[in-house]
Design a protein around this ligand. Structure first.
Ligand code: CAA
Length: 263
C-alpha cells in the first residue's frame, strides 16, 4: 500500500488545500513526495472550479526542511541532475497553475522548502517561521529553482548573501525584504490564510486566472537557461568530496569539516 505523503481536499467553494504529510522528516522532499505532488499538480492544472490553492504541510515545526538529505547521500552527478530537473519542473508547474497558490508557512522553510514556497504566488507566514537556503553547509547549492527565484524576489546582492551564508532568517526579516506578504501569530495562521483565500475565491474566477497570467507576464524576464545551469551546477557538487562530507555530517549529526585535506 502506498503511503499518502501529499493530500488534497477542497476546503470550501473555490478553495483547495494541498498538504505535504511527512512530519517525522520535517516534510522533507524525497522522490515519493515529489511524485505525489506532481500527480496532484497535474490534476489541479485541469481544475477550472478552484481559484485558490493553499499549499501547506503537517506538524508545527517545519513547512518543509528541504530536499531529502538522506536520499541525496549517495547520488551520482547524473542522479543529482535528474533530481534537480524533476524538482524544477514540478515547481514550474506549481508556479504555472491557473489558481492563486498561497504558501502557508508555519515553521522552517529551508532549501527545497523555501524553493517550494517561492514557487507559490505568495507566502503567508507564522511569526515562528524561519527561511533560508542552507545548501552550501552541505557542500551543495539549491537545485529546485532557488538560485533563480530568490534573485528575482530579493535582487542579486541579497539573494547571494542568503545563498552563501546558509543563515536562517526570521519571518519578520523575510517580510521586510518582501519575501513574505504577511506575518501573523502562529495560532492565527490557518484562519488568516483562509480569509485571504476566501476573499480571492469570491471574485470572478476567469478574472483571477487572467490576472495571474498578466502579472506573471510582467515578471517573465530570465528564462529556462538559468534553471538548466542551476541543475548542472547542482549536479557538479556531487562529483567531489565536499558534498559527501556535508551530507554525511548532517546524517551523522556532526559539523562538516570542509577544510580537511583532500577536499
Ligand atoms: N532531509 C531528510 N531528513 C531531514 C531533513 C532533510 N532535509 N531535515 C530534517 N530531517 C530529519 C532529521 O534527520 C531528523 O530525523 P531523525 O529523527 O530520524 O534523526 C528529523 O527530520 C528531525 O530533524 P532534526 O532532529 O534535525 O530537528 P532539529 O529541530 O534539531 O533541526 C532543522 C531542525 C534546523 C530544520 C534541521 O533538521 C535541518 O537543518 N535540516 C536540514 C535543512 C537543510 O539543510 N535543508 C536543505 C536540504 S538540501 C536541498 O534542499 C537541496 C535542493 O535545493 C534540491
Amino acid at each position: 500500500m502506498t503511503t499518502t505523503l501529499v493530500h488534497f481536499f477542497e476546503l470550501q467553494k473555490g478553495v483547495g488545500v494541498l498538504e505535504i504529510i511527512r512530519p517525522d522528516a520535517l516534510n522533507a522532499l524525497n522522490t515519493s513526495v515529489l511524485q505525489q505532488l506532481s500527480a496532484h499538480i497535474a490534476s489541479l492544472t485541469r481544475n477550472q472550479n478552484l481559484s485558490v490553492v493553499i499549499l501547506k504541510s503537517s506538524g508545527d515545526k517545519a513547512f518543509v526542511a528541504g530536499a531529502d538529505i538522506k536520499e541525496m547521500l549517495d547520488f551520482s552527478p547524473t542522479q543529482a541532475f535528474e533530481f534537480s530537473r524533476h524538482g524544477q519542473s514540478i515547481f514550474k508547474s506549481i508556479s504555472e497553475l491557473p489558481q492563486i497558490v498561497i504558501a502557508q508557512v508555519q515553521g522552517f522553510a529551508l532549501g527545497g522548502g523555501l524553493e517550494l514556497a517561492l514557487a507559490a504566488d505568495f507566502i503567508v507566514a507564522s511569526q515562528k517561521a524561519k527561511f533560508g537556503l542552507p545548501e552550501v553547509g552541505l557542500g551543495l547549492i539549491p537545485g529546485f529553482g532557488g538560485t533563480q527565484r530568490l534573485v528575482k524576489r530579493l535582487g542579486l546582492a541579497r539573494a547571494l548573501e542568503w545563498t552563501t551564508s546558509a543563515e536562517k532568517y526570521t519571518a519578520q526579516v523575510a517580510y521586510e525584504l518582501g519575501l513574505v506578504n504577511r506575518v501573523v501569530e502562529p495560532e492565527q495562521l490557518a484562519s488568516a490564510v483562509e480569509t485571504i483565500a476566501n476573499a480571492i475565491a469570491a471574485q470572478g474566477p476567469r478574472a483571477i486566472r487572467a490576472a495571474k497570467r498578466a502579472a506573471q507576464a510582467a515578471d517573465s524576464s530570465g528564462g529556462e537557461l538559468g534553471y538548466e545551469f542551476e541543475a548542472q551546477l547542482f549536479a557538479s557538487c556531487f562529483s567531489g568530496a565536499e558534498s559527501k562530507e556535508g551530507l554525511s555530517a548532517f546524517v551523522e549529526k556532526r559539523k562538516p569539516d570542509f577544510r580537511a585535506s583532500g577536499r
